[in-house]
Write a protein that binds this ligand. Sequence first.
Ligand code: HEC
Ligand code: HEC
Length: 290
Amino acid sequence: MSDHGTREIDPVTGRDITSHDWNGIRELNTPLPKLVIWALIVTFAYSVLAWILLPAWPVGRDYTRGLLGLDQGDVAVAGYRDLASGRQGWLERFAADDFASLQSDTALMAVAGPAAQRLFEDNCAACHGLAGQGGPGFPALSDASWLWSGDPAEIALTIRHGINSEDPDTRIAEMPPFDWMERAERDALAAYVAALPTGAAAADDPAVGLFADNCASCHGDDGEGGLEVGAPSLADTSVVYGQDPQTVMATLRHGRIGEMPAWSGRLSAAEINLLALHVAGLGPRGEAAQ
Ligand code: HEC
Ligand code: HEC
């Protein structure tokens, strides 16, 4: 039973007893500790101060700026400027085309490595893959096979002007269509080309003569590629489009003109050279090419 209305004092603590009574257990009316009250006062005072001094309230598309005028946007821009000026110090050195001495400066290459990887991810990975592994229609940059060359100066040229791009100095590479050829001849060539990487192509194959007459001028006598016309090796296992008979038939029927954009207007000369060195070092053939 509770005695509403009357004030009762607990004999042990000297505090009020509330009117709550649960089966004989009664509750003391304990006030909030002073520490808690002060903490509330201080945090409230701080919030009022913060509203006045710091950016706080959204107002339409804007917000109240506060008296201190702090702006994280400015802080971020200042941080970016610092970073850019720090980078400018070493990035400028890549503007020189002396690839051999840049490459041998291991300290410089170590500093530049992460920036090169970022540039690659931002500009190249969409087509060539994050690690330069390539994909259908986009050559791998991380294996031992080049359409043009693994030399950093040649790679820089490719990046600067592109391949079959809009750039007036673009590299030009075209696999012409052979749709004029007899279907049976194309079939024989497709089987021959598909067997080249495995070494299974027979020397007495009638396609040998067809290959020598029609293909060797660009792809090399043994399909080894690398003749500075951007024609890939057909003798290794690295492929751009595919080297199974069906894909080769499609290549022969329609030809191929892959397009690699030019980056001369978009990246600085130093950035392009840095990327060229990065690409040259991506795979095992990076060393072979140096
Ligand atoms: C829009 C897709 C695309 C982007 C982005 C792109 N490339 Fe390419 N790249 C290609 C294609 C396609 C080819 C092959 C062109 C051909 O078939 O002749 C190529 C070829 C190359 C080659 C020649 C490879 C060899 O074996 O000789 C290099 C080097 C290269 N790209 C580097 C780069 C770098 C570095 C970047 C980033 C700055 C980049 N590419 C961005 C599509 C792209
Ligand atoms: C005028 C030079 C030229 C001639 C001639 C030529 N090719 Fe090509 N071929 C190329 C070029 C350049 C490419 C790369 C095209 C690209 O990447 O866009 C290519 C690509 C290919 C590919 C694709 C390889 C891959 O990795 O996917 C095959 C297959 C091929 N050629 C087979 C042949 C055969 C077979 C012949 C003869 C009937 C032939 N080519 C004649 C220049 C030539």
